[in-house]
Design a protein around this ligand. Structure first.
Ligand code: FES
Length: 148
């Protein structure tokens, strides 16, 4: 039975290696902070980190995770994650909230590799994260806030 490391905790998962990581998280481990939006890699709601890099959990097979460290919205940690969470609260970014765990995971990924992104860099990095409420301006402002 494969074991994967999620938020620093090993989890034995009995599932076909082809199973999308999104279903492993949500259905096998009841970690429902990672959201299902489209299932085809187009919306970003399912964004998690593999070894610190944002990936779409709906497009990542269990068998491809291997020894990579998985981080999800429930457990992502560190100074960048804390700054992003604080900025999201301060600027009251969330409207309905459905896409926001994916937005936050992408924002942490961006700021982890680029401490002071420009508007264009933010827009480029966040391009794959769709928000039907249209919170894009607040997301951009919160990323600048977290970077300050
Ligand atoms: Fe994975 Fe939309 S649910 S990108």
């Amino acid at each position: 039975m494969p074991s994967i490391l999620i938020n620093g905790v090993p989890h034995a998962v009995e599932a076909d290696p082809e199973t999308p990581l999104l279903w492993v998280l949500r259905d096998h481990l009841t970690m429902t902070g990672t959201k299902y939006g489209c299932g085809i890699g187009q919306c970003g709601a399912c964004t998690v980190h593999l070894d610190g890099q944002p990936v779409r959990a709906c497009q990542t097979r269990l068998g491809d995770v291997g020894t990579a460290k998985v981080s999800t919205i429930e457990g992502v940690s560190g100074p960048v994650a804390e700054a992003v969470r604080a900025a999201w609260r301060k600027l009251d970014v969330v409207q309905c909230g459905y896409c926001q765990s994916g937005q936050i995971m992408s924002a942490i990924g961006l700021l982890s590799g680029n401490a002071k992104p420009s508007d264009a860099e933010i827009d480029g990095a966040m391009d794959g994260n769709i928000c039907r409420c249209g919170t894009y301006q607040r997301i951009r402002a919160a990323i600048h806030e977290a970077a300050s």
